[in-house]
Design a protein around this ligand. Structure first.
Ligand code: HEC
Length: 131
């Protein structure tokens, strides 16, 4: 279930997965079954600011999207949607905004109730024990 739904494209679990991802290795010790269900069905319900998507239009008309890492007086550092680190000169931007929705897709329609229950049961077992 975990593999087939590409969770590891974005998450990190017991030493495997996406390096930029949120670590799920101990998710079962932080979230109860109800919270896990909400996280799967409605990821945008509660999104920490570091996961907001930054988007901007450059003066040349290009659209940029990504996770904002850092910012100084003249530039912004972002991870773009292909996972590459980029530095963007603020002087080149026409506009920018933050999208507060989660980059994680909702699994409400993607899984059957039984699959979702299995997944929640599995996530509950992840207590961050030995790798
Ligand atoms: C496109 C990337 C992506 C995919 C695919 C994805 N996630 Fe997520 N997930 C995120 C991001 C980013 C967050 C943090 C923002 C948020 O709370 O929605 C998150 C949050 C979560 C949380 C809540 C974590 C917390 O600390 O509150 C859980 C649980 C979770 N994901 C499980 C899964 C599972 C299980 C799958 C596969 C069925 C999955 N995710 C697929 C990106 C993704």
């Amino acid at each position: 279930m975990f593999q087939s739904n590409r969770c590891l494209n974005c998450h990190w679990l017991n030493g495997a997965g996406a390096a930029r991802g949120l670590d799920l290795s101990a998710i079962g010790s932080r979230l109860n079954a109800t919270d896990l269900l909400v996280a799967l069905n409605d990821p945008s319900a509660d999104v920490a600011p570091e996961y907001w998507t930054w988007q901007a239009t450059t003066k040349a008309g290009t659209t940029l999207r990504g996770q904002r890492l850092n910012e100084d007086t003249f530039s912004l550092q972002i991870i773009d949607q292909t996972g590459h680190l980029r530095s963007v000169a603020k002087a080149d931007l026409r506009s920018q905004s933050l999208d507060h929705r989660s980059p994680m897709p909702s699994f409400r329609e993607k899984l059957t109730d039984a699959q979702r229950n299995d997944l929640v049961a599995y996530l509950s077992t992840l207590q961050g024990a030995a790798q």
